[in-house]
Design a protein around this ligand. Structure first.
Ligand code: ZN
Length: 346
């Protein structure tokens, strides 16, 4: 076993610095020094749900970048010193129809999550990237393209891929009319990617407060959802609406924006929803969802971001301030993603 240092849950909003173990490298494993790890809404939910002393330790973190420090004897894609990125899936069965299709995120026997998952070989609980070292199968690590800032690229690995896959799957390209509901970690990357794909992109936000931010991100317009006149005028005008709001909310106003045969994709809130069938019937509208991405789409997303200079807008904090990052994210007090700098764990 290898030993490293990380941050372990000690309460819903409190982390404790701890020593933790990583497995010895299997033939197809790489070890990496984690330099930067994004703080995702999923981490907040995991911390809230985690029961102290009754479960395996919780070390969050599933969007990180770093440098390869070791390779198993069968590794071919990486060498020591390579910049590398890891997202929220670290293994899958590899043989089901979804895995065959390159959609490991939908693996029929459930993909192995980067933290809080169960290792497919030894049954141990996976511990995440709020730590200085991670060990992962090379197939679920991605070369970090040159030119992408490693801190600002970390959130691409969860927030980024989660919006990229639906944008691609729904055929967004030049001329597509895209609406992005909510301008947070997911939403701001959705705007940047949709704009770079050539879509006419509009942000739908509660108020007009974020108009300047939306424009700086490249959005063509912002509609305040409180503005009933503009919401009415925008009825049936978006081919694709990506809903990135992370709390329960009424879907009717979002569906009303969708054009005939268009799609509303739920990406932020993944609990039960209520939909009036009539709101789908009128205009043959489609309701969809998605989360994370498969290996091919993840690699494609990183190349696209490198080619188009896309990274997240981040606030980097030393990992010793992880509690601050968690508190402020709970209050939505970040534009748009916290990233922990783990170099203080040395
Ligand atoms: Zn995440």
């Amino acid at each position: 076993m290898r030993t490293t240092t990380g941050w372990q849950a000690a309460g819903p909003s409190r982390m404790r610095r701890t020593s933790l173990r990583r497995r010895d490298l299997r033939a197809d494993d790489i070890a990496l020094r984690v330099d930067f790890c994004g703080v995702c809404h999923t981490d907040l939910h995991a911390l809230s749900d985690h029961e102290q002393h009754t479960e395996a330790p919780l070390v969050p973190g599933h969007e990180f970048t770093g440098v390869v420090t070791g390779t198993g004897r069968g590794v071919t894609a990486f060498s020591v010193g390579d910049p590398v990125a890891v997202g929220n899936i670290v293994d899958s069965c590899g043989v089901c129809a979804m895995c065959e299709a390159g959609q490991e995120n939908f693996c029929h026997s459930f993909p192995t999550l980067t933290y809080g998952g169960t290792d497919r070989q030894d049954g141990s609980t996976t511990l995440g990237g709020y730590s200085r070292e991670y060990v992962v199968r090379e197939a679920f690590a991605y070369p970090l393209p040159a030119g992408l800032d490693p801190a600002a690229a970390a959130p691409l690995m969860c927030a980024g891929i989660t919006v990229w896959e639906p944008l691609r799957a729904l055929g967004v390209g030049p001329g597509t009319r895209v609406g992005v509901v909510g301008l947070g970690g997911l939403g701001h990357l959705a705007v940047k990617m949709a704009v770079a794909l050539g879509a006419t992109t509009t942000v739908i936000s509660r108020t007009r407060d974020k108009s300047d931010d939306a424009r700086e991100l490249g959005a063509h317009d912002l509609i305040a959802s409180s503005d009933t006149r503009r919401m009415g005028a925008a009825r049936d005008t978006f081919d694709v609406v990506l809903d990135t709001v992370s709390v329960p909310h009424d879907l009717a106003p979002c569906l009303q924006l969708v054009a005939m045969d268009g799609t509303l994709s739920l990406l932020g809130y993944l609990g039960p929803v209520t939909v009036e069938a009539m709101h789908l019937l009128v205009g043959r509208k489609k309701l969809s969802s998605g989360g994370s991405g498969g290996r091919p789409a993840t690699a494609e997303m990183l190349r696209f971001c490198a080619d188009n200079g896309i990274t997240a807008d981040v606030e980097v904090l030393p990992s010793s301030q992880v509690d601050t990052a968690i508190d402020r994210l709970r209050r939505n007090d970040v534009r748009y993603r916290f990233v922990l700098d783990l170099s203080d764990l040395d």
